[in-house]
Ligand binder design. Structure first.
Ligand SMILES: [Zn+2]
Length: 285
């Protein structure tokens, strides 16, 4: 599942090649999109803005329409110059947007909608900017309040609720809890206000750090001495705990544990010594 930082980077890359340029061609395998294009041709319109909002990528056109795509597990956008060979088979193509210089291709994008721009937030139930970790309007106090409202749930599960804090995915969840020295299994009701504030600040810091210019597809929370490349085969090479089952904790040397957690059965990694439960109890992993 692409996390918030992946959507952010995709939006930035698409923005560079699409914004302020007239659209010269549009194609899609989705009838709903082509009907919109038949009715309000995109060719001749200009792309005004490309923005990440929660897990949606929005492309706004000058005619008042917005193309919203959601990648789920499989989708990706590629950018090519005219005549350049595509990195995926044509059969995977779902959406093509062209201008005089570039071709943006949405491969296997599973969800795509064309909406009137003014209807987008309501239609897609997009989280407000105040709770989006990558938004400039992010409001840490509001997010802390929303977390505290889930007192009966374990903190790592609550960090995945998009209506509480948007943009934190499953990999970041474990990293945030480690950096904030908090057990992922701790009930929110057992966390003090300072710890909740620390978790919120850590979430913002870690996710934001991953939208730097040279970030690849893996998250980076631990720089270490190893230079990370986008072809790194071990997902744990750039993290504190995620993907590091049975490896030594980078702070204390204890064995990193792994466990399936929560109603959605998502994997969680943690260090039992650096992230104790408040009552001292142990969690198997
Ligand atoms: Zn440790």
């Amino acid at each position: 599942m692409p996390e918030g930082d992946t959507i952010f980077r995709t939006a930035r890359a698409l923005g560079r090649v699409l914004v302020a340029r007239p659209v010269t061609g549009f194609r899609s395998t989705y009838p709903m999109l082509t009907r919109f294009d038949d009715d309000t041709p995109l060719a001749g319109q200009t792309v005004e803005r490309v923005e990440p909002r929660g897990k949606w990528l929005l492309i706004h056109f000058s005619g008042g329409g917005t193309l919203a795509t959601h990648m789920l597990m499989s989708g990706s956008w590629h950018i090519y110059r005219h005549g350049e060979r595509w990195q995926q088979p044509r059969a995977n193509m779902r959406i093509v947007l062209e201008n005089s210089e570039y071709i943006a291709v949405g491969f296997r994008v599973p969800v795509a909608k064309m909406l009137r721009t003014r209807e987008v937030e309501r239609a897609l139930r997009i989280p407000p900017q105040a709770i989006d970790v990558l938004s400039q309007e992010f409001n840490a106090v509001e997010v802390g309040r929303r977390i505290a409202a889930h007192g009966g749930e374990e903190i790592a599960d609550v960090l995945l609720h998009q209506e509480v804090i948007a943009g934190v995915g499953n990999e970041f969840k474990s990293e945030i809890c480690f950096v904030a020295a908090t057990s992922p299994f701790c009930k929110v009701a057992d966390l003090d206000a300072e710890t909740i504030a620390l978790l919120v600040a850590t979430a913002r810091k870690l996710v934001k750090a991953n939208v730097l210019e040279d970030s690849g597809d893996l998250i980076v929370t631990y720089a270490g001495t190893q230079r990370r490349t986008t072809h790194e085969s071990n997902p744990g090479a750039s993290t504190w705990v995620y993907g590091r089952r049975d490896e030594p904790c980078r702070k204390c040397g204890e064995r990193i544990r792994r466990r399936i957690q929560g109603p959605d059965a998502r994997v969680t990694f943690w260090c039992g010594r650096c992230q104790p439960m408040p009552d001292g109890s142990d969690v198997d992993g």
